[in-house]
Write a protein of this length. Structure first.
Length: 195
């Protein structure tokens, strides 16, 4: 009996050792090696966006910028977050007919309409509804278009120039729903305003 127990224990330890080496060393090194392939490196590192050698964010994570002076807000804004902390991900579990959710959407719609100087009915759905992750990096073209006049006014750029920047930062034309990357767009507006 002890001989059988030792034999089975030895076999189990060998299997443990083999899988520890395979899954703890070989597999992670393989994934790391694949991430070094040209064209995949930037994605593997988190799609970081740099300006003058300084990391300013990720093109995959939407963080809503906060203006120092809300009356002269020069930024395009992302979708609202379901969490109060922008450094964490989390959606809402409120149903579409939840009175709390509908009230929250109404408040957001009124605030955005006031900020953009439009009627509440002109505010697109993605401007008032939080995404599942609360970290979407893109907004709809309609929401970007809604913000063009305010951004142009507060940056001193011509509206047509801001619209060109929106178009240049819109992706998904061929397949999928077109979206505008807010981080890249804000950086482009900032750079255009500096010239």
């Amino acid at each position: 009996m002890i001989k059988t127990l030792l034999k089975q224990t030895g076999a189990g330890l060998r299997v443990l050792l083999v899988f520890t080496v395979l899954l703890g060393v070989v597999y992670p090194l393989g994934v790391w090696a694949v991430s070094r392939i040209p064209g995949l490196h930037d994605n593997a590192e988190g799609s970081l966006v740099t300006v003058n050698g300084q990391v300013v964010g990720s093109s995959l994570i939407g963080i809503d910028p906060v203006a120092a002076d809300p009356a002269h807000d020069p930024y395009f804004h992302t979708r609202p977050s379901a969490t109060d902390d922008p450094s964490v991900s989390g959606g809402s579990n409120q149903g579409g007919f939840s009175e709390d959710l509908l009230a929250e959407i109404g408040e957001r719609k009124a605030a955005i309409a006031q900020r953009e100087g439009v009627a509440p009915d002109a505010v697109p759905a993605d401007a008032v509804t939080a995404s599942a992750s609360s970290l979407d990096p893109t907004i709809s073209v309609a929401y970007a278009d809604l913000q063009v006049a305010r951004v142009a006014r507060n940056t001193g750029l011509a509206e047509e120039r801001v619209r060109q920047l929106v178009g240049a930062n819109t992706t998904g034309h061929g397949i999928g729903i077109p979206g505008v990357n807010v981080l890249r767009l804000n950086l482009a507006v900032q750079q255009a305003g500096a010239h």
